[in-house]
Ligand binder design. Structure first.
Ligand code: 13P
Length: 258
């Protein structure tokens, strides 16, 4: 039975005290065999200012915390930016790079994403590289080309020895926050393609998980997570409440793993 990655991106939600409360309630829910570290890997991505409170309250077990972004320079005159070293120094183990909201709202190019990825991995962070096409690109039949461009430009900057700290997350832009998830077949097709590119780039020594994100919730989780090349979910809205977040994993387990 495969291990499921259950990653929650809180985006610009949750005050420090709300994050702490979330962790307390998470702690009450995740004891027992179902939540062994061989079964599930949970990571929370709070906004920067809530990270210390979340880390302090993080329950024991397979749960870690990361930042939603980080800059590629170490220090200097970069108002508003937070470096990967800073992310690491407060105790985060993970970071997201290339989220579609960073690409499309904040104008990050593939080149910026590649520089962030390199810095994150060299800082010792497990790094979730997000990628995915817009609706216009999908409807124009360009999904595979766009995904290939995003991944190959980023892969060039991955130091070979750090490839094992890479996680991929396919998040079609049109499925994020819209309630419209990709069909399990479409998600599987793109995740399999990403896995193939990663295998070609890094070899079979680094088994790189591929997550799906975009309107994942309890009702669609089992179908998506059961697909061969989908190793987990990067969850936005449904990660803000412990019940809806854990239901994603629990529904998959109920449906396919007994
Ligand atoms: P939703 O689950 O709210 O669609 O967000 C997905 C996402 O962007 C996670 O990074």
């Amino acid at each position: 039975m495969k291990k499921i990655y259950l990653y929650g991106n809180w985006k610009m939600n949750m005050l420090p005290e709300e994050g702490e409360e979330f962790c307390r309630s998470l702690a009450d829910r995740i004891s027992g065999r179902l939540y062994g570290s061989d079964c599930v890997d949970i990571c929370l991505f709070p906004p920067f200012l809530a990270i210390p409170a979340v880390l302090k309250a993080l329950p024991a077990g397979p749960v870690s915390a990361g930042a939603q972004d980080g800059y590629f320079e170490d220090r200097g005159a970069f108002t508003g930016a937070v470096s990967m070293a800073m992310v690491r120094s407060v105790g985060c183990s993970h970071v997201l790079v290339g989220h579609s909201e960073r690409r499309h709202i904040f104008g990050e190019t593939n080149e910026v994403v590649a520089r962030k990825l390199e810095k994150a991995l060299n800082s010792g962070l497990k790094t979730v590289l997000c990628f995915g096409e817009t609706l216009e690109e999908r409807e124009g039949g360009k999904t595979i080309q766009v995904v290939q461009d995003q991944l190959l430009s980023a892969f060039q900057s991955v130091p070979e020895v750090r490839a094992r700290d890479l996680v991929l997350a396919y998040e079609p832009v049109w499925a994020i926050g819209t309630g419209k998830n990709a069909s399990p077949d479409d998600a599987q097709e793109v995740c399999a393609f990403a896995a193939k590119l990663a295998l070609e780039a890094f070899g079979s020594g680094s088994l790189i998980p591929v997550l799906y994100g975009g309107s994942v919730k309890d009702s669609n989780a089992a179908e998506l997570l059961s697909r061969q090349d989908i190793h987990g979910a990067l969850v936005g809205g449904a990660s803000l409440k412990v019940d809806s977040f854990l239901a994603i994993y629990e529904n998959y387990r109920k449906a396919f793993a007994g």
